[in-house]
Design a protein. Structure first.
Length: 206
């Protein structure tokens, strides 16, 4: 088991950089920068590609890590992506309090073709357009209109919820449950809309 942020290993003249999946990206980045700055011999006698593995990186994080390494070497960098969260990776169903989770905040409109996933909750300060995807181990909160794909509780937590100013998604999932097409919304006088599992089905209240 890894007890550090980043582990460097030379395997048959191939350099493997393993990031601890349980450590926040900011800590991994800081440790990697420190290691790269402290040594000028890390890439001596190393055959390409340099393998970066262990943690799923989001959005521009892959580019940032590759750029940091390329400041020290011209060798090819290959970043391996662990399997994405989603229905295929749900091994067990459970309920766990989601009122306190790590949160990733995304600013601005999520446009078609963009995917954001995070092992915690996701808050979007803007609309989520059709064709955009949000996948969270915790909750999904959209301070705008949700028209794209959203999956909360992506590792099986049926206590997770989805909230938005307006919920009209292309598809909506919580844990292993997919919202039925044409689901009617219950008026709860909230001023916003929430989707949660009740009696084995996703119910939307507004």
């Amino acid at each position: 088991m890894m007890n550090t942020e980043v582990l460097f290993e030379n395997k048959n003249n191939k350099l493997v950089i393993t990031m601890n999946k349980d450590v926040a990206y900011a800590e991994i980045k800081a440790k990697l920068k420190k290691i790269l700055e402290a040594s000028d011999t890390l890439f001596a006698d190393v055959k390409p590609p340099i393998i970066v593995t262990g943690k799923r990186l989001l959005d521009g994080e892959e580019t940032e890590i590759a750029s940091m390494i390329h400041e020290k070497t011209d060798l090819e960098v290959k970043i391996e992506r662990p399997k994405q969260m989603g229905l295929a990776t749900i091994n067990n169903i459970f309920t766990k309090d989601t009122s306190v989770t790590q949160t990733k905040v995304v600013t601005g409109v999520l446009r078609s073709g963009r995917r954001v996933d995070f092992e915690g909750s996701i808050v979007v300060l803007g609309d989520v357009n059709s064709g955009a995807e949000i996948v969270a181990e915790g909750n999904v909160i959209v301070l705008g209109k949700l028209r794209g794909f959203a999956h909360a509780g992506a590792k099986g937590n049926r206590s997770a919820f989805i909230a938005a100013m307006e919920i009209n998604p292309t598809q909506l999932r919580i844990a292993d449950i997919i919202m039925k097409a044409g689901m009617e919304k219950t008026d709860a006088g909230q001023g916003y809309e929430t989707a949660a599992i009740e009696m084995g089905e996703i119910k939307v209240k507004k």
